[in-house]
Write a protein that binds this ligand. Structure first.
Ligand SMILES: Cc1cc2nc3c(=O)[nH]c(=O)nc-3n(C[C@H](O)[C@H](O)[C@H](O)COP(=O)(O)OP(=O)(O)OC[C@H]3O[C@@H](n4cnc5c(N)ncnc54)[C@H](O)[C@@H]3O)c2cc1C
Length: 410
């Protein structure tokens, strides 16, 4: 028989919810975690290609987007990557540092989920999966602190029976809209609206781009090919690899820039990041005038990409020697290679996005505790808030840090 009263109820057994639960349980609080899907931590399991990029060695406020760029600072300082690494080491989990200081499990992201569940279990946290929460009501009794009543359906696949539970602190850790099959849900936003909390507009992010013009066909033909690029949009710049897919463009460079891209914006891709392409081709025109543009680009870029670029950008000169191409035309081709401007038609949307940009407006949240300013006892942690990290372990670090900050005070 389920106890009906808890110090803390956490909605959502993802990264932020489990971290809140275990931190609160360390303070001898009674904690219940309600998870609507059939398994805790589905996104943790899928993260980092199955090996979870669980944090980054260098985490700064600059790695996050939010309407209030200062909001994340306090929590990130309170719980650092070193703190999480200490837990990973305590559990004997093998991990490695990859490029850009990203930390990954060597074996499997299951190690991270098992670690969190183990910590919760040892501390007596109750975790119920298939527990669908339908309603949350604040009960105000004169002279007493508010209580939250949560109405949930347990074994929601087979039962419709509702159970009412009460807690002093309710933690909303239901994540965001990305990837519905991994638990993506708008429940946290709906709850925020019921409590009259403002929302920052949301959209899919860390997400591939799609194209409707000639670039669509080019991407289809180059599917699977990748190249290191510099990519710019709205004043942000990332140096990473870009991948052509049958739908458009993906890879770390594209995912990173998608955080800064708005529909209708252009992206600019430098295909030869270390090289001034005009200068290089003009020097070749003098040194090696009987060679073609393609010959020199084939040494620097995948051949299939060079062929596509040639058809698109300098079809009239493809059979010409550099000696036969004017300085101005060579400069134009070089400028194109260093600043290829493209206009994505759309992103792939929540179906494949790693995160949701926007969320519960942080203006109404205490940055030290994650408690709502107008509703004592009501907390929001993790991705449901308007805090979104760059690619590279930053989103998990936000989940750990915000969950920990709430767990200390709930
Ligand atoms: C494919 C993929 C790979 C990723 N890889 C990385 C990575 O390597 N590194 C990184 O830093 N970030 C990564 N991310 C982002 C990261 O997973 C999220 O930012 C992080 O999981 C957010 O944590 P959260 O606890 O706020 O939300 P979630 O982890 O999404 O957890 C929310 C939980 O709440 C549950 N829930 C939803 N609604 C309800 C409800 N009404 N009642 C009860 N429960 C509910 C959901 O089922 C889910 O279990 C990845 C994301 C995806 C989709």
């Amino acid at each position: 028989m389920l106890n009906k009263k808890f110090d803390i109820i956490v909605l959502g057994a993802g990264a932020a919810g489990l971290m809140t639960a275990l931190t609160a349980a360390q303070r001898n609080k009674t904690v219940l975690v309600l998870e609507k899907s059939n398994k805790a931590g589905k996104k943790i399991l899928m993260s980092g290609g199955g090996r979870s990029n669980f944090t980054n060695l260098y985490v700064e406020a600059e790695n996050f987007l939010s309407n209030n760029p200062h909001f994340c600072k306090s929590a990130l300082k309170r719980y650092t990557p070193d703190d999480f690494i200490a837990m990973v080491q305590k559990h004997g989990i093998d991990y490695e540092e990859k490029k850009h200081h990203q930390l990954f499990c060597i074996n499997s992201s299951k190690d991270i989920l098992n670690m969190l569940i183990e910590e919760c279990t040892e501390l007596g946290v109750e975790i119920h999966t298939d527990a669908e929460t339908e309603k949350v009501v604040k009960i105000n009794k004169e002279g007493a602190e508010p209580l939250y009543e949560v109405t949930s359906v347990f074994n929601s696949k087979t039962s419709t029976e509702k159970t009412a539970l009460q807690c002093k602190s309710l933690v909303v850790a239901t994540g965001a809209l990305s990837i519905p099959t991994l638990g993506g849900s708008g429940f946290g936003y709906e709850l925020a609206k019921e409590f009259k909390l403002p929302l920052v507009p949301r959209r899919a992010s860390l997400v591939p781009f799609m194209f409707s013009d000639e670039i669509k066909g080019l991407c289809e033909r180059l599917t699977g090919l990748s190249a290191p690029v510099d990519i710019i949009s709205n004043g942000m710049n990332f140096s990473e690899s870009m991948l052509f897919t049958h739908r458009g463009l993906s890879g770390p460079a594209i995912l990173q820039i998608s955080n800064y891209w708005n529909p209708g914006d252009e992206i600019t891709i430098n295909l030869l990041p270390e090289i001034n392409a005009s200068e290089m081709l003009l020097i070749k025109k003098i040194e090696d005038p009987r060679t073609s543009i393609k010959k020199h680009l084939n040494d620097l870029l995948p051949k299939a990409l060079v062929l596509e670029l040639e058809e698109m950008c300098w079809p009239d000169y493809k059979d010409h020697m550099l000696a036969e191409i004017s300085k101005e035309n060579i400069q134009n081709i070089g400028n194109f290679l260093n600043a290829w401007s493209l206009k994505p038609a759309a992103t792939e949307g929540y179906r494949t996005a790693e995160v949701t940009l926007g969320g519960v407006d942080t203006d109404v949240i205490n940055s030290k505790t994650m408690e709502t300013k107008d509703h004592p006892g009501l907390f929001f942690v993790g991705e449901v808030l308007d805090v979104t990290g760059h690619l590279g372990g930053y989103n998990f670090q936000w989940a750990w840090a915000s969950g920990y900050s709430a767990g200390l005070v709930v």
